[in-house]
Design a protein around this ligand. Structure first.
Ligand code: C5P
Length: 223
């Protein structure tokens, strides 16, 4: 059985400095978001791909077979808009959420995250994440180090993130959407349980211009 996927692509891309939406920035000859759409089309666990786009820009998202819906001011509002769109079209009991800014996501990672949640009835969500390899310190407002954290218990969180649909809807209704930098944090704030699966190191996020070069090298190593 396949589940719906939301690819959130409504960010402004200011940090990339591309002068337009990040999701439409060319990467190896195609718009950034199209690489994620490809992976979700191939994933066995997904049967519907909804791309959440910058308001007014839906015409520029022309990949075949996708649905589009306008995004919100902040990331979690974009996810909320995607959920409302879904409610109007019927759906299964799980939903996958992915950032268009991670073009190297693989169908295998999407399917593994879905399967992990399907086989763990006590969990409300499963998220892709990597072990932290850098030493992480907390700094105070004056810029000096206050604490070195124990990195053996830290993970660096990515997408895809897979949710029980009802749990995500409730968490979004009650959560602080402006503060949330991912959707799993809304589940955590609502008292839900979030499981983790190991993501491959290549699942990078494109944020600043150097990330685009790295993504291009990873997608087409021979060029
Ligand atoms: O801003 P950040 O890099 O964390 O954005 C992560 C993802 O969320 C990106 O794919 C971006 O397009 C999306 N986003 C969105 N709506 C917003 C802000 C970000 O869909 N208002």
């Amino acid at each position: 059985m396949g589940f719906p996927a939301l690819i959130v692509a409504a960010g402004s891309g200011q940090r990339l400095g591309a002068g337009g939406p990040k999701a439409l920035v060319p990467l190896c000859g195609r718009p950034l978001y199209a690489w994620s759409v490809d992976a979700f089309r191939v994933a066995r666990s997904v049967d519907r791909v909804i791309v959440v786009v910058p308001p007014g820009k839906a015409d520029e998202f022309t990949e075949p077979g996708i649905e589009t819906v306008d995004g919100g001011e902040v990331r979690s509002e974009s996810v909320a808009n995607g959920l409302r769109h879904l409610a109007s079209g019927g759906s299964g009991d799980l939903i996958v959420v992915h950032d268009a800014a991670r073009p190297l996501v693989t169908p295998d990672l999407v399917d593994a995250a879905v399967e992990a949640l399907q086989s763990a009835p006590d969990l409300d969500a499963v998220i892709a994440a990597a072990q932290v390899t850098d030493t992480i310190k907390r700094v105070g407002r004056d810029g000096t180090v206050e604490e070195t954290l124990d990195r053996s218990v830290l993970i660096s969180v990515q997408t895809p993130q897979v949710f029980r649909l009802g749990a995500l809807e409730r968490a979004i209704e009650t959560g602080d959407l402006v503060a949330a930098t991912d959707d799993a944090s809304l589940i955590e704030a609502a008292g839900g349980s979030v499981g983790v699966i190991e993501a491959p190191s290549g699942n990078i996020k494109v944020t600043v211009p150097g990330d685009l070069d790295l993504a291009a090298r990873l997608l087409e190593p021979d060029n």
